[in-house]
Design a binder for this molecule. Structure first.
Ligand code: VG1
Ligand code: CO
Length: 542
């Protein structure tokens, strides 16, 4: 039986950089989830009888929301739902299932790197038929719909048992509960030389993968340990927990500190990696050397041809605007296009679909390719392993050789978290107000070449996305970028991205913060960070 339930709209269901993210108690309000899901269905057309993929990162409130989504998909006329066993699907695995099954779209439940639990974060994201996050046109339509929605449809059905694989029925709709890992692992076997990686491991190569008690645990155990023969225990914190063990599942130098410390120690293994809550980010650390995500993108692009899936070469590289220009010089050398997009994976979809780019990346530890339409943490780890297996050099050697060839982009991101929203907005407004007067001025001994608020013209569909971050470029190629996060759930987070290009190999071994000291001071002078936020220093430096 299908119920049409009357509801009243919420005014705050605006999707951010990556879907709708709020605290769990916000999602637990009456009809909050139902309103949002119905608004998704109301904003897209043509799904009758079609397939919807549903899965999440396993965080608190995942299972309840999946049951609701299944009943609403049934009532709204979907023909089939594919859901991961236990409600688990990593974001890239969900993207793959959408593509592989020619699904209409997918609902991905995650707040990614944000903490989980009854008082922590939850999120709902809609992905379209290419497997990627809905473009802005659709997220704007969903938001508009949430502001006036007055009813939703839900089937009056018992809960589906998510812990058994198989095909079940939910009204007229079929529900397929699938193993979350199998299809994804098969795709990885096509892209990478598993024999070469197995040989690497059997030669004594050791790695540690920290799944941070998030979604990638089962994927890492199956792929790294079972299929590639890495030592048992290579995947650590491999059991997904609803609260990620009380930690932030954010693979950065703050939250993956244990891994970092291990990799910097005397008995470090050869390779360290981690992924985030929903499995789309990656952290890469060699013995004694941290690889910035921006460098990792450049290195992967420069070496991708060593993996079978990319032996034909790359069509192009895309990176988000705040990501360093390290990849630009690789694209130049390869003679392929380089695309600079706003922050957020949804902007890469068109470039990948149109065959303009093969590899994409963001400074926030996201890298991926045209194999799916999301960034993909384990994919990046496997591409690194494939490269290491072929080159048989240490990660440090590979990185320093890369810098010697292309120059080094010193890079850091400073986050000021939990800033008062009005203060953060005032800072950005003041910054925008002075953009016109910055060029030619001198700050901390640096001369401003250009300053603007980044706007993106999508070369495929001609859409324009304005106000995507303020960038101040200095003479000589250094720059600072300022933007406010679109994934937080309380207050505002100011992100300051700092970059300096150093072509000279004899100056490639500086400590990053020291190498960027003048730019860090200039950023504060230009934006008045301390003055506006009252913060003497950033809360997180990556
Ligand atoms: C952050 C990152 C961005 C990433 C987004 C989603 O967004 O900066 O690069 O695409 O998170 O990643 P923001 O607006 O907070 O800067 V994830 O792993 O949350 O799906
Ligand atoms: Co994520």
């Amino acid at each position: 039986m299908i119920s049409i339930v009357e509801t009243t709209p919420y005014q705050d269901q605006k999707p951010g950089t990556s879907g709708l993210r709020k605290k769990v108690p916000v999602f637990q309000q009456k009809n909050y989830v139902e309103n949002f899901i119905q608004s998704i269905f109301d904003s897209v057309a043509g799904y009758r009888g079609e397939t919807l993929v549903i899965g999440g990162d396993g965080r608190f409130f995942n299972r309840e929301t999946i049951q609701t989504a299944i009943k609403m998909a049934s009532a709204n006329g979907f023909g089939r739902v594919i859901v991961g066993k236990g409600g688990i699907l990593s974001t890239p695995a969900a993207s793959h299932l959408i593509r592989k099954n020619d699904a209409f779209g997918g609902i991905v439940l995650s707040a990614s790197h944000n903490p989980g639990g009854p008082d922590e974060d939850f999120g709902i994201k809609y992905n379209v038929g290419n497997g990627g996050p809905a473009p802005e046109k659709i997220t704007e339509a969903i938001y508009a719909r949430t502001r006036e929605i007055d009813r939703y449809a839900i089937a009056d059905l018992p809960d589906i048992d998510l812990d058994e694989t198989g095909v079940f029925s939910a009204g007229d709709m079929a529900v397929e509960v699938v193993d979350p890992v199998t299809d994804y692992a098969e795709l990885m076997e096509i892209l990478f030389d598993f024999d070469a990686i197995r040989a690497l491991f059997s030669s004594g190569f050791r790695m540690v993968f920290d799944a941070m008690h998030a979604v990638t645990g089962p994927y890492a155990v199956e792929i790294l340990e079972r299929r590639l023969g890495a030592e048992p225990g290579t995947a650590r914190n491999a059991v997904p927990l609803e609260d990620f063990g009380g930690h932030h599942p954010d693979p950065n130098l703050v939250h993956a500190r244990d891994l970092y410390d291990l990799m910097m120690s005397q008995n470090a293994p050869d390779f360290g990696a981690a992924s985030d809550g929903d499995g789309d980010r990656n952290l890469i650390i060699g013995k004694g050397i941290f690889v910035t995500p921006s460098d990792s993108l450049a290195l992967l692009a420069a070496n991708a041809h060593l993996a079978p899936g990319y032996s034909a070469g790359l069509k192009g590289i895309a990176r988000s605007m705040p990501t360093s220009a390290a990849a630009d010089r690789v694209a130049e050398k390869l003679g392929i296009g380089l695309y600079e997009t706003p922050t957020g994976w949804k902007f890469f979809g068109n470039l990948l679909d149109a065959g303009l780019a093969t590899i994409c990346g963001e400074e926030s530890a996201g890298t991926g390719s045209d194999h799916v339409r999301e960034k993909d943490g384990l994919w990046a780890v496997l591409l690194w392993l494939n490269i290491l297996a072929v080159r048989r050099q240490s990660l440090r050697q590979i990185v320093t050789e890369h810098w010697a060839t292309y120059g080094r982009n010193y890079y850091s991101r400073h986050d000021y978290e939990g800033v008062d929203t009005d203060d953060a907005n005032a800072l950005m407004e003041a910054l925008r107000g002075k953009l016109a007067t910055l060029p030619g001025s001198s700050v901390e001994g640096l001369t401003v070449a250009t300053a603007d608020d980044f706007a993106y013209l999508d070369p495929v569909d001609g859409s324009v996305s304005a106000n995507q971050g303020v960038r101040v470029l200095f003479e000589g190629g250094s720059r600072v970028v300022f933007r406010l996060s679109g994934t937080g759930t309380s207050g505002a987070t100011l992100r300051v991205y700092i970059e300096r290009f150093e072509p000279e190999p004899s100056r490639h071994d500086m400590e990053t913060q020291a190498a960027l000291a003048d730019l860090i001071a200039a950023a504060d002078r230009i934006a008045g960070i301390r003055k506006h936020t009252g913060r003497p220093s950033p809360s997180v430096i990556t």
